[in-house]
Design a protein around this ligand. Sequence first.
Ligand code: NAD
Ligand code: DAU
Length: 354
Amino acid sequence: MTLLVTGGAGFIGSNFVLDWFAASDETVVNLDKLTYAGNVHNLISLKGNQHHIFVQGDIGDAALVGSLLAQHRPRAVLNFAAESHVDRSILGPGEFIQTNIVGTFQLLEQVRTYWGTLTGDEKSAFRLLHVSTDEVYGSLGARDPAFTENHRYEPNSPYSASKAASDHLVRAYHHTYGLPVLTTNCSNNYGPMHFPEKLIPLMIVNAQAGKSLPVYGDGQQIRDWLYVKDHCSAIRAVLATGRVGETYNVGGWNEKPNLEIVHSVCDLLDELKPRANGHSYRQQITYVTDRPGHDRRYAIDARKIEQEIGWKPAETFETGIRKTVQWYLDNPDWVTQVQSGAYRDWVAMQYAQA
Ligand code: NAD
Ligand code: DAU
């Protein structure tokens, strides 16, 4: 039995692949384009594992995807591949349209063709699981109930609009062609191997480097944080027992304003790696120009996945953020390796006029 995982060298995809092999020796074909966000070093512990087949390539490359499906005959395709950073989508939406919409379309076409060749149990057991985001639902007011799976789609950034479009395509391929799809819409992840352009790893990395900790606007935007390994366990659970054609919201019941998140990171660093001068890392916080169109609040109502599938997160925010900060302290080489010239260029451009 084989899985085809796309985007398996990124943050969530590589955590998923590593966790998969911790519990199974089922082969994983890992298709990743290795954009700036893809990192084969995330998978270094799988070196020599013959059940992990890494292929550098694009989900939009129909010939490549078609041949991988024909050759490896997976029982499921899990689509993690995407452009994922909201700020980058604001600066340049083109790649988001290309990968998240056109790429997903090409992948769907190849999977539809492959699925059409299957028969009997192979055909009925096949699944395409599309990994998506809560951002497709737009922004909540302070007192609004959390997003359920029935919340209308109101994406506000080029990133979330491109993910919404991909979700619609996945839905349409089920409705029109009967393709056996599952979609998960997850809240903000954090944990090991998170690229330091996103809030939590950026704060951990900048704090230790003595740099400013840039909080957008008033820092009171709310996100619902989930430890990445809990997201991975949710995906495994949905793949195993999710109902075909359904969408499942995944979240940590951990709504927190950004400033509180930054304070938590500073306080943990104060404890685990105190500054030489004895002052708190909180002193490095600076308030910078807000993100254009910044969504104010996300919150996930995760009752469906709990009631239907029995999934619940294992980590609280307190346990997960401690593990995360400790991971970055234990892995300075990983941080140095991802802070390439291209990373420095991005940080210089994004925070120049902040
Ligand atoms: P990431 O940016 O860390 O990783 C994306 C991976 O996809 C990279 O390895 C990259 O090389 C690869 N990729 C990009 N374009 C590709 C293409 N055309 N073909 C093949 N591979 C390509 O992203 P992430 O945070 O790991 O997110 C993974 C998925 O989960 C995305 O679909 C994202 O929308 C979704 N998601 C992320 C979060 C979060 O908090 N990070 C939350 C909910 C959902
Ligand atoms: O909700 C799920 C989404 O979470 C995923 O779909 C996206 O792929 C993922 O990147 C994430 O999007 P966010 O925009 O919420 O994550 P980010 O880490 O970029 O920002 C989190 C919050 O922190 C957001 O309100 C913006 C703010 N922020 C971010 C950065 C990078 C700052 O205040 N300062 C910063 O420097």
